[in-house]
Design a protein around this ligand. Structure first.
Ligand code: PEP
Length: 249
């Protein structure tokens, strides 16, 4: 099955209720590019309002707890996201791996919870700067993939986002050759473990993607789309990324 292009915005801890109008503008403009699946992951507080304001649009969470419910103050379960109208969830973002001490085992459990709740899951991996500079990036990321990707899943609902930590929010990006090498290595590892079903998994690149560099970065081998942070907050910045992705065919 051909993999559809996928561009996902991660709003992080940005956006009050007035920002739902920006989401509406993004989803409206995205209709001009029906070959690209577009999703936004706002803070939990905006999910219900965004779903109501943009019926049928793909809205997701930026994290979930691995348990369905219980004494986990401040956490939100995958079932709760689905109940709020979300259809996807990001797990394993480096800001949670590093800032909240999440391990590969935690992220695998969260991915399993998201899939069990019927959500699509975007599982993030990526190396810190010192690992890239020491030449160990591919081994580092493949270890994350091995330990955080569940054993059993619907491949059309599990995407991997390769996000080098040093490229997130910095304006720095890897070379196209480095992106292609990493995505090729991830695809190879998934195929070795899962066989042909790995062909259905989408591999996204994330890290300082914008309207100017999207065509080049997303044109690298084995890149099926982008996970976008800062440039996903407004239609003016995000829609050019969607358009560049659409133009790649
Ligand atoms: C991200 O945090 O997932 C991300 C890719 O951020 P940015 O696009 O701002 O680098």
């Amino acid at each position: 099955m051909a993999r559809r292009k996928y561009v996902v915005g991660n709003w992080k801890m940005n956006g009050l209720s007035a920002a739902i109008a920006d989401a509406q503008a993004i989803f409206a403009a995205a209709k001009d590019h029906p070959g690209v699946d577009v999703a936004l992951c706002p803070p939990f507080t905006l999910i219900g309002g965004m779903v109501a304001a943009a019926p049928g649009a793909a809205v997701g969470g930026q994290d979930c707890h691995s348990a369905a419910s219980g004494a986990f103050t401040g956490s939100v379960s995958a079932l709760m996201l689905a109940d709020a109208g979300a259809t996807l969830v990001i797990v394993g973002h480096s800001e949670r791996r590093e800032g909240c001490g999440e391990s590969d085992a935690d992220i695998r459990a969260k991915a399993e919870a998201g899939l069990a709740a019927g959500l699509s899951v975007i599982l993030c991996v990526g190396e810190p700067r010192e690992v890239r500079e020491s030449g160990g990036a591919i081994d580092y990321v493949l270890a994350q993939v091995a330990q955080s990707v569940p054993d059993d899943f619907d491949a059309t609902r599990l995407s991997i986002a390769y996000e080098p930590i040093w490229a997130i929010g910095t304006g720095l990006v890897p070379t196209v050759a480095d992106v292609a090498a990493m995505h090729g290595a991830i695809r190879g590892a998934l195929t070795a473990r899962f066989g042909g079903k790995a062909d259905d998994m989408r591999l996204l690149y994330g890290g300082s993607v914008n309207g100017d560099n999207a065509a080049e970065l997303l044109g690298a081998g084995d890149v099926d789309g982008a996970l976008v942070g800062g440039a996903s907050l407004t239609a003016a910045k995000f829609v050019p990324i969607v358009a560049a992705t659409a133009a790649l065919g």
